[in-house]
Structures are given as C-alpha cells and as structure tokens.
Design a protein around this ligand. Structure first.
Ligand code: BJ8
Length: 425
C-alpha cells in the first residue's frame, strides 16, 4: 500500500487485526504466485499495482465517489447488469471472494457442505474484512443456484441493504420475459437508490462503456491464441478478475496497453512459455480473487492456460450489448438479450455451454480441458460429466477436478495435473 488506510478501514467497520492478517497472507501469495513468474509483460505492472491497492486506493476512490453523491452497488453474479448501475449514477463492484475466512463462524450459519464461493462471501462479512462489502450502498443477490438462493435468506440478517434479483432457470420466451421484468425492476431500485433516473443518453453511454471494457478483454483473449503464449494464464486470469473492481475506463485503457505489448511479443515470438507447451482450457466454476490455486498448479507443472470458460472469463464477458437502440425500452431489451445468452450451469437444459467449450477448444487450439468444479457445486459438477463425455468423443483429453479453497489437496491435485499434462505431450 502506498498510503496508510487504517483510519478508512476503521471507519468502514473492518476488524483491523483480522484484516491485517488477510492482507499479509494475500501479499505473500501474490509474491509467490505472481511476482515469481518469469518474463511477464511490462503492462502487468498496472495490474500488480491494482492488486497492491485493491483494499487501499480503489476503496478510497469509491468512497470519494460516494462523497460526490454516487452510489456503490456490490454484486455476486455476472447476471447483474453493470450498464443499469452506471446509467443511474452508481458504480458496480464484484463481491465474490476466493479465499476461506472465518470458517468456524460461517459454519454456524451455513451447512458445511456449501460451496467455497458462498462460504467465502459469508466469511468476509462475518470476519469484517471486506471493504467493498462495507462500502456498498446496495448488495445484489440473485436467485441462481439453490446454494446462493438460500444463502441470501441468511445474508439478509447480516446486511441491511440486500436486494434480491430473481432469475430464470430455463431459456424460454417466458424465461426471457422474466429476465426483462427483473432488469426493469432493478433499474427502478437503482434509480430509487441514487435518486437519478436512467435516461436514454445515460443508458447508451453506459452500454458503450461496458462494451468497451468487454471488447478490450476480447482483444486480450484473441492474443492468447498465439503459440508461444504471449501471456500466462495466471496473468490473463488476473485481468479478468480486475474487470470486476476497477474503474471501467481505466481498465479498458490498461488492457489495450497490454495488448499492444502482446502484439509485439507475438511478432517477436517472445512467449512466457516455450513454443509447443501443452495448452489447457479451464472450464467450470468462477475463480474469484485470490483463488489462483488451479492456474498456479497447472502453470508450474509445465502447461499454459489459454482460456477460461468461466464467469471470471469468457462466459462472463463474451457477448456485447447491441448499441443501436435509441429508447430506454429498446436498450433495456438489448441488455436482457445480451445477458440471456450467459450459459450458467443453473439453466436447464444448457446445451450452449457445451457448444461454447467446444468452440473455445478449437479457437484457442487447446490440447486438453480441465473442468474446475467447486466441491458441493451441484450445477457445475453435474455438467462436468457431459462435458467430459463430449470431450472424450472429440478425442480431447479432459480432467475433471473437484476442489475447494483450502490448500490441503494441492499435493494430490499437482500429481493428477502433472500426469494429465504428460498425457498431452
Ligand atoms: S452466472 S456461475 S456468477 S451463478 S460455485 S455459488 S453455482 S454452488 S457462482 Fe455463478 Fe452467476 Fe452462474 Fe456465473 Fe452456486 Fe456453484 Fe457455488 Fe456458484
């Protein structure tokens, strides 16, 4: 941290001692996992800075925005449209976390067999260590998987400002109508929060801002098709994770900067791994900060990750919102159309996800797929079976792993992943 933010954290109600402990562990993990990588693109310096200030400068910026009359909205899912928040003078930040915290307290509220992602969000609240959660004027939960749906009932006892969005489970006309209605209800709620009505002008600008951010990430993803890979999967994942926290315009600019650098690297055949390194597509549950366990194991075992079929990755960013609408209604329709394409495993049936995995394998020239399932995540663990079968039918090696946020299984995972990579050579 470049400044002392203790007074700010105290005002937010954080437990300073617990928070110090968390930052110390995070800093160490970042050093070991990220800063130890060789030949990183210089542009990653920006993301290193963002991470070093993720609880510092970025929170100060959000609090300054609040002082200037803007509202902060926290969300746990890529179905919450950033466009609507921006258009009504609010900033959207991601709240999912990727580390275990205060687990004993969490398991007094949630069953032990709840996925790590949900438990972690509760742990960060109960442990009072998340400045994003404490800065948020509205916290949006969504009815996606059963775990989240039921957990939000308990979360409403812990936070005063929870708003729950209903979501369809079937990709039907009825499902789309529900999504549209829910997005309109959300728009009204955000307008009520900020006191600023969405206008056709503000919504158009917001759509452009979020599309620009996604377009920058698309450019970064496309560059990962090169062999040798110009950027590690760890670094690309970091950019996808920062997508949820950073100021949108600054993020877009920083991603384009790194892409300029990567284009030069590709022209010079300057990779972060040697040419012909086994290439892996990771598919499955989202990997929120600081969940870097899987990519670290993969990339320290002699393979490179070339894509993430995940909500912190291409499932979350791949489609743009149509920008041609002129009225609020047309643009709200375009937003619902765009988000309705997200192929989360909570949908039944969900053939688009399988198709997308196959497309990604081909596009990124992946040699194999690792399906990443969080323990107790029914939707993705269930879908891992047909994914594996489809890959086998296409002669694409596939490894299904089921894990959590603990470090206990690192040795076992490393053994399995090394054997899998050996098979790809
Ligand atoms: S759109 S993937 S961000 S719901 S890992 S909590 S599914 S039991 S995170 Fe998600 Fe939105 Fe879907 Fe994406 Fe449940 Fe599974 Fe836990 Fe999960």
């Amino acid at each position: 941290m470049t400044e002392n933010y203790r007074a700010m954290w105290k005002d937010l109600g954080l437990d300073l001692e617990a928070h110090d402990g968390l930052l110390a562990v995070l800093g160490e993990a970042y050093q070991d996992i990220y800063l130890s990588q060789k030949n990183r693109p210089a542009g990653m310096g920006y993301f290193d800075f963002v991470m070093s200030e993720v609880h510092g400068l970025r929170i100060k910026e959000l609090l300054d925005e609040k002082k200037a009359g803007r509202k902060i909205i926290g969300s746990y899912c890529v179905f919450v449209p950033e466009e609507i928040a921006l258009a009504a003078n609010a900033t959207l930040v991601g709240l999912c976390s990727g580390a275990d915290f205060a687990m004993e307290e969490v398991e007094r509220i949630l069953p032990r067999n709840t996925c790590a992602l949900i438990k972690s969000s509760f742990g960060f609240k109960l442990g009072k260590v998340c400045p994003y959660l404490e800065s948020a004027d509205m916290i949006v939960g969504e009815n996606t998987c059963d775990g989240k749906k039921k957990a939000y009932e308990s979360l409403s006892d812990l936070v005063k400002n929870l708003y729950v969005m209903d979501l369809p489970q079937v990709k039907s006309d009825h499902g789309k109508a529900l999504l549209k209605a829910e997005y309109n209800r959300f728009r009204k709620a955000v307008e009520g929060l900020t006191g600023i009505p969405v206008s056709d002008k503000s919504l158009k600008q917001a759509i452009r801002t979020v599309n620009a951010k996604r377009t920058a990430i698309h450019r970064l993803s496309a560059l990962r098709k090169a062999d040798p890979a110009p950027i590690s999967g760890l670094d690309a994942l970091l950019a996808n994770q920062v997508f949820f926290y950073d100021n949108p315009e600054r993020f877009t600019e920083s991603v384009h900067k790194i892409c300029d650098e990567l284009e030069n690297r590709i022209a010079e055949k300057n990779g972060v791994f040697p040419e012909n390194t086994p290439r892996i597509l990771v598919s499955g549950c989202p990997q929120a900060v600081p969940n870097w366990k899987l990519p670290f194991i993969v990339e320290s075992s002699g393979a490179v990750i070339v894509g993430e079929e995940s909500c912190v990755g291409e499932r979350g960013t791949r489609n743009l919102t149509d920008e041609t609408g002129e009225t609020i209604e047309q643009m709200m329709d375009a937003i619902a159309d765009r988000y309705f394409q997200v192929d989360c495993a909570i949908f039944t049936p969900n053939p688009d996800r399988l198709k997308h995995i196959q497309e990604m394998v081909a596009a990124y020239n992946a040699d194999g797929v690792i399906h990443y399932g969080l323990q107790f995540c029914q939707p993705y663990l269930m879908e891992s079976m047909p994914v594996e079968k489809a890959m086998e039918d296409a002669n694409i090696p596939c490894l299904r792993i089921e894990t959590d946020y603990s470090m206990e299984d690192v040795g076992q995972l490393k053994t399995r992943i090394e054997a899998f990579i050996e098979q790809l050579r």
